[in-house]
Design a protein around this ligand. Structure first.
Ligand SMILES: C[S@@+](CC[C@H](N)C(=O)[O-])C[C@H]1O[C@@H](n2cnc3c(N)ncnc32)[C@H](O)[C@@H]1O
Length: 391
């Protein structure tokens, strides 16, 4: 390797170490990195890119190879995540010929060398929902997910024209779903405003479980910035919708997004569903209730791999208890014969099947269908969705 590029690799490692040293885990790493770059104006765009790449690859190693130094772990992370790596070339040239192997083959190689245990890449496999394919899931954690967008109904042609005109590469999954390279910045294209929503593939697929009908009344009980509500209203704009969340500030973004796509008629309430909502909702009943519950988010950590080393498993039971409490407070608001749609972006059984069991055994529902949406096979998030019918 040439002198200059050797120097450059060591510089990249120093930048990586500085960025990692300052990260205390109190905020998402992406937000921390933005501040870090602002405070380090001497770093040019290629420095920022390489620092970001090395840090994210490092996080993707999860808890694997704890016996090694940070720098050795970084070499393994680069080896697992990249097909081409100046850092591997310099520090572990013996691995070079194996860089082009598939992720699964590379994991097997490092295991055979006694350097990692594959389950340490994501050390919570014992908690998985039974439908999760552990091997595929572990491999997927080493690959950056795609950015998915949902196209507003009927706007496919114009959106494709805008993407083509601006030479943005994309892959079309169907009329409304497009995959883009992660990091594609769509904010630059104001003509796309109101025509597309950033929404992960699995999140889009929850619509198949909603099956709304014209003019029905629906309640999105944990609406946040409105991802699921927008999906529902796009499919069936005549729905009479109530959205609620813990605080008004959480729903502010929903208002803006609804305004952009022209949704004007909806009701909004502040509800803490650890408490009985009767004082606010009274005897109202809905044709459909969406419960997109607060959860660990474990199905989305391919986008935030820093979570793997921060996460404490006691959280799983805490969320499971919260989910059951919230479910018990929304259950009474579903009309007989109508659905409660229970959704999480978790891959943990205690937040998924166990909560469904609780609902079935205690809250007067029968199960129509449930599924782990295995986004890990399509460079997407993984989610869980169940459609339960009120008896
Ligand atoms: C997974 S997010 C919802 C995402 C949203 N449905 C979407 O598609 O964009 C879960 C939401 O539950 C809300 N939440 C958490 N605890 C709650 C509680 N006790 N009562 C009501 N909502 C709660 C959170 O504020 C958060 O916005």
């Amino acid at each position: 390797m040439a002198e200059l590029s050797e120097k450059r690799v060591y510089q990249q490692i120093r930048n990586f170490e500085r960025a990692m040293d300052g990260f205390e885990g109190h905020q998402p790493f992406s937000r921390y990195l933005t501040t870090f770059f602002k405070e380090n104006k001497q770093m040019g765009s290629s420095d920022r890119k390489s620092t970001s790449r090395l840090c994210y690859n490092y996080f993707r190693l999860g808890a694997a190879a704890p016996q090694l130094s940070q720098q050795r772990r970084l070499v393994l992370a680069e080896f697992l995540c990249e097909k081409d790596s100046p850092l591997v070339s310099l520090l572990e040239p013996a691995y070079l010929e194996k860089l082009g192997l598939s992720v699964g083959e590379k994991i097997a190689f490092l295991e055979s060398e006694g350097l990692i245990k594959s389950e340490d890449l994501f050390p919570f496999t014992a908690y998985f929902s039974p439908q999760i394919d552990t091997k595929l899931f572990l491999e997927s954690q080493l690959v950056q997910p795609h950015l998915y967008i949902r196209i507003k109904r009927g706007k496919n042609k114009i959106v494709r024209a805008i993407l083509d005109e601006n030479q943005i590469p994309y892959h079309e999954l169907d009329d409304q779903t497009i995959a883009l390279a992660n990091g594609t910045s769509l904010q630059r294209f104001s003509t796309l405003e109101g025509l597309v929503e950033v929404q992960d593939l699995s999140s889009q697929r929850t619509l198949a479980f909603m099956k709304p009908a014209e003019r029905e009344s629906w309640w999105d009980a944990c609406a946040a910035s409105g991802g699921k509500s927008l999906l529902l209203m796009d499919a069936c704009p005549s729905i009479n919708l109530l959205v609620s969340d813990l605080r008004m500030s959480i729903l502010r973004n929903l208002d803006e997004r609804f305004d952009l796509v022209g949704i004007k008629h909806y009701r909004k309430k502040i509800l803490d569903l650890t408490k009985d909502p009767y004082p606010i909702l009274g005897n109202e009943k809905f044709d459909g209730v969406l419960l997109d519950a607060p959860c660990t988010g474990s199905g989305t950590w391919g986008r935030t791999p820093e979570m793997i080393r921060q996460f404490k498993t006691v959280k799983i039971e805490e969320f499971s208890t919260l989910q059951k409490t919230i479910a018990s407070h929304v259950a009474g608001y579903v009309k007989v014969g109508k659905p409660l749609i229970y959704i999480t972006c978790s891959i943990f059984k205690a937040e998924n099947e166990e909560v469904v069991d609780y609902i079935l055994n205690n809250l007067g529902f029968e199960l129509e269908s449930m599924r782990c949406l295995d986004g890990y096979t399509e460079r997407a998030d993984s989610m869980f969705v169940a459609r339960l019918i009120k008896k």
